[in-house]
Design a protein around this ligand. Structure first.
Ligand code: NAP
Length: 527
């Protein structure tokens, strides 16, 4: 049952503060639940409880953390249809998407459970000492990853489950041994509360300190600002706009003790459509891209918002087929009226830029909160001269850029901001001669795709979901996959420390049987 309360230290909080409601974009009406915004005192209490919980949680065993993560996954499944219905009522997304995202969320939790149960993720590294070494004895050094401390997680509007309350950031932080204080996203506070109940039940079931988890309601920036400024918070995870992510990054950097902010923000995911691929199958690529641009009403950070080509018959054919493929597209609902307003003003601003023309005209849409897709085109020279065309328009939108020459195409790529993904459509023979284009694109993105679409982010260890700024605030890390745990840890060394006092991961006998780098050789054997 949704109560509208925040959860502090895994317990519903009874404070009274400002209230707000979530919105059903399909019904174009408020949802019935009333949420109470967390007060300053509640934010403070949540962080203080997280700080207290860190004392024990930081040294909890991999098995305990795995039990917590698996219990959260079980409890989320136990929420049943109530979770799916609330998700749909707060996002306008269909039940199939809600079920798919719940599956991904549970998969992420269980994957992290397996990772910490195995234990090798700490990257234990041992260099045994040599007291006889001359001229100076060599110390015994042992290094492993340890948790940073309480983490603030900002729920994402476009992933109410997989990147919100129990999403990838939270799962990775718990796996690392960090307590989590979630700043629930105001657009899906009910979904957030149900998941908060699941986490709170799991916390009690497993018997870890209840302060490991809090979920704070808010419908404005105050709670998030206080949270990131709080000295007890040691790192931040965020998914959303460049404006929001950058504001939090600057806030964290300006603290007396600066802390890392791992923000995954906007991206236009450039696609380089070379004539060789389009000569083979312009129709097929146009159909695939019409699908990708409209997937999830274009509300994915990997939406292909920029398609670069070389002025040619092949690029003209692609444009023609794309236009036709959009004739089969029916408008879909957006997440919230505010996201729709931002989409409409983004489209308006892009259309008003000099040199743009329409490829796919806006459709008549008579249902509130439904988006009319838009595809524009512009010449490379005009794109290069106008930064406003480089911005993300969050929704079913894309811009075709027709470059006069391959050299101009290369210049366009070199002038792009950092991106999550880059895609090249080409024949294999053609690709082998395009080193400059590949290198330039690799320098701007976190993931390169060959002959595919950027939408669809596989959750697996080799996935890199991040990229140079402003795609993310730190391109060295991924927000997806088990390696995302590295955002919440720091490497730490013990020197000449007594064996019995070392964490099990670093003890001579290797009681956990983990894989370690011992004197520069990988082994699971004891010393
Ligand atoms: P957002 O405006 O960036 O907000 C995300 C979260 O951060 C919200 O909980 C928000 O709190 C909080 N926040 C934002 N600015 C803040 C600040 N200065 N200080 C403290 N907290 C702050 O993103 P959104 O609400 O999800 O959607 C708005 C736009 O973001 C979209 O139209 C789209 O352009 C973009 N977006 C991009 C992606 C992507 O993956 N590329 C994903 C989602 C959204 P409140 O809402 O309570 O103010």
């Amino acid at each position: 049952m949704i109560t509208g309360k925040s959860y502090i230290a895994s317990t519903p909080s009874s404070s009274t503060g400002n209230t707000f409601k979530t919105f059903d974009p399909q019904k174009n009406a408020d949802n019935p639940w009333v949420f109470t915004e967390a007060t300053e005192a509640e934010v403070d209490l949540a962080v203080n409880q997280a700080t207290e919980a860190f004392e024990s949680f930081r040294s909890s065993s991999g098995e305990q953390r795995a039990a917590l993560l698996n219990a959260i996954a079980d409890q989320i499944m136990n929420l049943g249809d109530a979770l799916i219905q609330t998700y749909c009522a707060e996002s306008g997304l269909p039940a199939g998407r809600a079920q798919g995202e719940r599956g991904r969320t549970v998969f992420q939790l269980r994957t992290f459970a397996d990772l910490v149960a195995d234990g090798s993720w700490v990257e234990a590294t041992i260099d045994t000492g040599d007291p006889q070494r001359t001229p100076a004895p060599k110390p015994d050094l042992r290094k492993m990853n340890i948790p940073l401390g309480p983490v603030a997680v900002f729920g994402a509007s476009n992933f109410p489950l997989a990147y919100s309350t129990a999403g990838g950031d939270t799962a990775a932080a718990f796996a690392a041994g960090c307590p989590v204080v979630v700043k629930s996203h105001p657009m899906h506070a009910g979904t957030g509360e149900l998941v908060a109940q699941a986490i709170s039940t799991a916390v009690k079931q497993v018997g870890v300190h209840p302060g490991v988890f809090s979920n704070l309601n808010s419908s404005g920036i105050d709670v998030g600002t206080q949270l990131v400024s709080h000295p007890g918070i040691k790192a931040v995870g965020f998914t959303g706009s460049i404006k929001g992510g950058r504001a939090l990054f600057d806030l964290a950097a300006g603290r007396e003790e600066p802390i890392p902010v791992f923000a995954e923000m906007g991206s236009i995911n450039p696609v380089v459509a070379l004539p060789s691929a389009l000569a083979e199958d312009a129709l097929g690529w146009a159909q695939k891209y019409a699908g990708s641009i409209n997937l999830g009403t274009g509300q994915f950070c990997t939406n292909p918002g920029l398609i670069l080509g070389i002025a040619s018959e092949e690029f003209d054919a692609f444009e023609h087929h794309l236009q036709q493929a959009f004739e089969d597209v029916t408008p879909q609902c957006m997440l919230h009226p505010k996201i729709k307003q931002a989409f409409d003003s983004g489209k308006q601003q892009a259309s008003a830029q000099s040199g743009t023309s329409t490829v796919v005209s806006e459709m008549e849409v008579d249902t509130a909160n439904y988006a009319s897709p838009l595809v524009l085109k512009v010449r490379g020279v005009e794109f290069l001269a106008n930064d406003k065309l480089h911005h993300e328009v969050f929704g079913p939108y894309s811009l075709l850029v027709s470059c006069a020459t391959e050299h101009e195409l290369l210049t366009v790529i070199k002038n792009l901001e950092g991106q999550l993904t880059g895609t090249i459509l080409a024949t294999q023979d053609d690709l082998s001669g395009k080193h400059d284009i590949i290198a330039a694109l690799q320098n701007r993105v976190g993931r390169l795709i060959f002959n595919g679409v950027p939408t669809g982010v596989e959750v697996c260890p080799s996935m890199l979901h991040g990229g140079p700024y402003p795609a993310s605030t730190d391109s060295r890390f991924s927000a997806v996959g088990i390696h995302s745990i590295k955002r919440w840890v720091r490497p730490f060394s013990f020197q000449d420390w007594p064996n019995a006092q070392l964490p099990q991961e670093l003890q001579d006998a290797n009681p956990l049987g983990i894989r370690r780098l011992v004197n520069n050789k990988w082994t699971a054997d004891g010393l």
